[in-house]
Design a protein around this ligand. Structure first.
Ligand SMILES: C[S@@+](CC[C@H](N)C(=O)[O-])C[C@H]1O[C@@H](n2cnc3c(N)ncnc32)[C@H](O)[C@@H]1O
Length: 241
C-alpha cells in the first residue's frame, strides 16, 4: 500500500495482458450511457480514464495513496477529471446510498479482501451505493482452474479436507512473492460462489463472461467443461429494484 515504485510500475506490469483491455471493453458494453461510475480498488485508474474521457463522472477508490497519486497524475496529463477517495472497500460508509449508476471491481480486487464476511460487506456496500437498476462489473479468478497444475490439485484437495474436517472456508491462496510483495492472500472463487454472493446482496446476474489466458482473453466453447477451463470470470450484475 505504501510502495511508490509498485504504483509507478503497475501499468508497465500489465503490458501485453489481454484481460487489461478486454475488461474495459466489457464494462463499456454494460455501461451504455454516461452516468456516475465508481471503480473499487482502482489501482492506477486504467478503467477510469477512458470513461472520464467519454463524459462519465468517475470516482476511483483505493486504499493505496500511491496508486491514487498515479491516477491524479495520469488524469492531469490526459486533461480529464477523475475524483479520488482513499478508503477500504469493506467500509464505504463515506459514500451515500444510491449515489452511483455504475460500479466496477476489476482484476481480482474482490479476491484481495481477506475473509468471506468482509467480502460480503464490500459487496453489500456496492449494492447500497448503486441506484436501483445500477450495474456492477466484477472480475474474479476461478478456483477450479487450479485443476490444471499438480500444486493446484493439491490445494484443491487440501480445501476439500479442511472443509470436511475443520469446516474451514475454501479458496484462500497465499500468493508467491510478486514484485517484492510477500504474504498476500488471494481468494479464488467458484462461479457458483460469486453468483451467490452477488444474489444474496440483492443483485441479478445479467452476463457472465468466462475468461482464458489466450490473447483474446475470452474463453472459447465455454459449454465444454467451462467450469474448469475458465481462468476467471467477468460478471455483469444489476441492482434489483
Ligand atoms: C490487483 S490491483 C487492481 C487495480 C485495478 N482495479 C485494475 O484493474 O488494474 C488491486 C487494487 O486494489 C487495491 N485494494 C486492495 N484491497 C483493497 C481494499 N480493501 N480497499 C481498497 N483498495 C484495495 C490495491 O491497493 C490495488 O490498487
Amino acid at each position: 500500500l505504501h510502495d511508490a515504485e509498485l504504483a509507478r510500475d503497475y501499468d508497465a506490469s500489465l503490458t501485453g495482458l489481454a484481460l487489461a483491455s478486454f475488461d474495459v471493453r466489457f464494462a463499456e458494453s454494460v455501461f451504455d450511457r454516461p452516468g456516475r461510475l465508481i471503480d473499487l480498488g482502482c489501482g492506477t485508474g486504467r478503467l477510469l480514464l477512458p470513461f472520464a474521457a467519454r463524459g462519465y463522472w468517475v470516482l476511483g477508490v483505493d486504499l493505496s495513496e500511491e496508486m491514487l497519486k498515479q491516477v491524479g497524475a495520469k488524469a492531469a496529463a490526459a486533461g480529464v477529471t477523475v475524483h479520488r477517495l482513499k478508503a477500504n472497500l469493506v467500509d464505504l460508509s463515506a459514500i451515500a446510498d444510491q449515489s452511483f449508476d455504475y460500479a466496477t471491481c476489476l482484476f481480482s480486487t474482490l479476491g484481495m479482501i481477506v475473509g468471506a464476511a468482509e467480502r460480503k460487506r464490500a459487496v453489500q456496500h456496492v449494492h447500497r451505493i448503486l441506484r436501483p437498476g445500477g450495474k456492477f462489473v466484477v472480475h474474479v479468478h476461478n478456483r477450479w482452474f487450479e485443476i490444471w497444475n499438480p500444486q493446484g490439485r493439491k490445494r484443491l484437495v487440501g480445501d476439500l479436507l479442511r472443509r470436511i474436517f475443520r469446516r474451514e472456508p475454501a479458496g484462500d491462496r497465499l500468493m508467491p512473492v510478486h514484485q517484492g510483495i510477500a504474504g498476500l492472500t488471494l481468494h479464488l472463487f467458484t462461479r457458483r460462489e460469486i453468483c451467490r454472493l452477488l444474489r444474496d446482496a440483492g443483485f441479478g446476474i445479467r452476463a457472465i463472461q468466462p475468461l482464458s489466458l489466450d490473447p483474446e482473453a475470452r474463453l472459447r466453447y465455454p459449454g465444454f467443461f467451462g467450469f474448469a477451463r475458465s481462468y476467471g470470470y467477468l460478471i455483469a450484475a444489476e441492482r434489483r429494484g
